[in-house]
Design a protein around this ligand. Structure first.
Ligand SMILES: Cc1cc2nc3c(=O)[nH]c(=O)nc-3n(C[C@H](O)[C@H](O)[C@H](O)COP(=O)(O)O)c2cc1C
Length: 563
């Protein structure tokens, strides 16, 4: 048994963060920082030039969206989705923790990363999942580490979403303390196949969506989730991703993160009130490394046509540990003080809202987003406003700027929702001097920067995509950039995760109100910075997101997830 102590919040020895303890490490840190900044710059889309990508795409040669592990013991998970009977508005209520068993794991996976439907059109068939993904390419792989979970063999399992089953990858001879962890890795090629060099950014945004999806699913089970502060090399060791020989001849998997699921405490809305230490009073997590391994990963693309070495470079430069939770996060969340319209009821079943989440492919360009829905949605983006901020109890570093087109009682224009007081001050200093910064809400930290018809600007900035024009509101997620990345280059990943999490909150809140969202990874970076008046890289836009009234395509047939 080789269980390693992996207590949350414990800085492990292999932290790849910058250090001045030796000249060598300082040089490495500088090289890593340079590498990240160079990657970010070269993967910007410009109005007259897109970041480097493939010249041609053969859709029949798309990498397999599902990885299988052959010669591994498999466990078919129950496909039935239990009726949890929890209304969306009751998400934050206290509820007893679901038992640590195979049904709960199955439910957790179904509500976060499983297939939720198949779509068919003109002979083509593709799966949709609970988590969205850029280009529906799904670079994120999910791993389950189970110990003492009723109905699941102890060990490390790959989650095979195509047939909703576990493939046992590794195990130990002796039992360990009961526990359940989810691990995540990225297969860059799935995304790079289509998007070239910019693909690393999309993998990270997708991961943020997946983490957010897990936090909602866990909240419904009454479980607490916490990110383990493990260095990337420790994540790789626990998920068996560092066993290079096992991946010989197939696409490697980049270690991302492991989260612990705590089923021992029933949740008194704990994600709204994280306890001392920033929300991490889960039982000490002992995610084991393993002695015995089995299985061989499948090849996803036998004939890759391109290589994008810069992705491996930025992946190496951004390995490290997640940030430290911020103790000030314990304060009573602003969002719980905000008087939201009591008439706005969202009684629909939360599992159905999560399960039916889709990205809109088109918006109607005329419906007006009710003010109450708009305010509720914004309040959920603030610290404490969603289960996501229990999983990610850090000082907010990504802040929405909104291009409002059609929102009841809100004049069209550019608005900012700084998620911390410090960001408000810094953004005011960094943005165009002529912006008004007029308070636009009595309670929310929403500021009007300028009143203007902004829909065409939104479309132009979003790579000319009509979804940004026809939405009711288009978000630009603006990240504090230079400072966090200089402190730890791994923050480049974490800022994208946070942007993806914000996108996920927006999409689920929109869905709960019978509206819909769509992520927009394609945007012209510096054109957006020009609009905001950024003349340096203290802040950078990392993601766009549109919300509107969807127009469905009746030609698409929908089939059940698992028949
Ligand atoms: C990070 C990210 C970037 C995306 N970028 C775009 C985009 O630029 N344009 C677009 O139409 N859809 C975009 N999408 C939406 C995806 O195409 C959509 O999630 C995918 O097709 C899967 O469909 P689903 O979300 O309905 O499951 C993006 C999604 C994500 C998560």
């Amino acid at each position: 048994m080789t269980a390693l102590s992996a207590a949350p919040l414990v800085e492990l020895s292999m932290d790849a963060g910058p250090s001045t303890s030796s000249g060598r490490t300082a040089v490495d840190a500088t090289a890593r920082l340079d590498s990240v900044l160079a990657y970010h710059t070269r993967t910007k889309h410009h109005i007259d030039r897109y970041a480097a990508g493939p010249g041609t795409l053969d859709w029949d040669a798309q990498p397999d969206p599902f990885r299988h592990w052959t010669d591994a013991q498999t466990l078919a998970l129950p496909r039935h989705l239990p009726d949890l009977g929890i209304a969306w508005d009751a998400l934050s209520d206290a509820r007893p923790a679901a038992p640590l068993d195979v049904i709960s794991i199955s439910t957790l996976l179904r509500l976060s990363v499983s297939i939720t439907a198949w779509k068919e059109y003109a002979g083509a068939r593709w799966a949709l999942r609970a988590n969205p993904s850029s280009g529906n390419l799904h670079p994120t792989e999910t791993w389950v580490i189970a110990s003492g979970v009723k109905g699941v063999t102890n060990g490390l399992h790959h989650y095979q979403s195509q047939s909703h089953r576990l493939e046992r990858r590794a195990w130990n001879d002796e039992a360990t303390a009961p526990g359940l962890w989810l691990g995540f890795s990225s297969i860059h090629w799935r995304e790079a196949w289509k998007y070239g060099e910019r693909a690393f950014r999309y993998c990270q945004l997708d991961l943020g969506h997946a983490l957010a999806a897990v936090s909602y699913a866990a909240a419904l089970l009454g479980w607490r989730v916490q990110v383990l502060r493990l260095d990337s090399s420790e994540v790789a060791a626990r998920l068996g991703l560092d066993r290079a020989a096992d991946f010989a001849g197939v696409e490697a998997e980049e270690p991302e993160v492991i989260v612990a699921l705590d089923a021992s405490a029933s949740l008194p809305a704990s994600w709204l009130h994280p306890p001392q230490g920033g929300g991490h009073d889960c039982k000490a997590a002992e995610a084991a490394t393993f002695m015995h391994y089995a299985g061989k990963p499948s090849l996803l693309d036998p004939r890759p046509l391109y290589q994008w070495p810069v992705i491996e470079e930025v992946a190496t430069a951004t390995r490290g540990t997640p940030p430290t939770p911020d103790p000030s996060f314990r304060r009573k969340p602003e969002s719980s003080l905000i008087k939201l319209d009591p008439g706005l009821r969202r009684d629909d079943d939360a599992t159905q809202i999560i399960f039916n989440r889709r990205s809109a492919q088109a918006f109607d360009g005329k419906s007006i987003l009710p003010h109450a829905v708009f305010r509720r949605l914004l309040s959920c983006l603030l610290p404490g406003g969603s289960p996501v901020w229990g999983l990610w109890p850090h000082a907010p570093r990504v802040h929405p700027v909104l291009l409002v087109h059609r929102v009841e009682d809100v004049a069209p224009g550019l608005y900012a929702l700084p998620r911390s007081e410090a960001a408000l001050a810094a953004l005011r200093e960094t943005c165009r001097a002529e912006f008004n910064w007029d308070a636009a809400d009595a309670e929310l930290p929403l500021f009007q920067l300028i009143q203007a018809a902004a829909a065409k600007t939104a479309r132009t900035l979003s790579c000319h995509q009509d979804i940004a024009l026809h939405s009711a509101v288009t978000f630009m997620f603006v990240a504090e950039f230079d400072a966090p990345i200089a402190e730890n280059p791994a923050a480049y990943r974490h800022l994208h995760w946070e942007a993806g999490m914000l996108g996920h909150v927006v999409t689920l809140e929109a869905e709960a109100a019978s509206w819909r969202g769509t992520g927009i990874g394609c945007f012209f970076d510096d054109a957006g910075h020009d609009v905001l008046g950024f003349t340096d890289t203290r802040f950078q836009v990392l993601y766009h997101f549109a919300v509107g009234m969807p127009v469905d395509d009746p030609r698409l047939l929908t089939r059940p997830a698992y028949e």
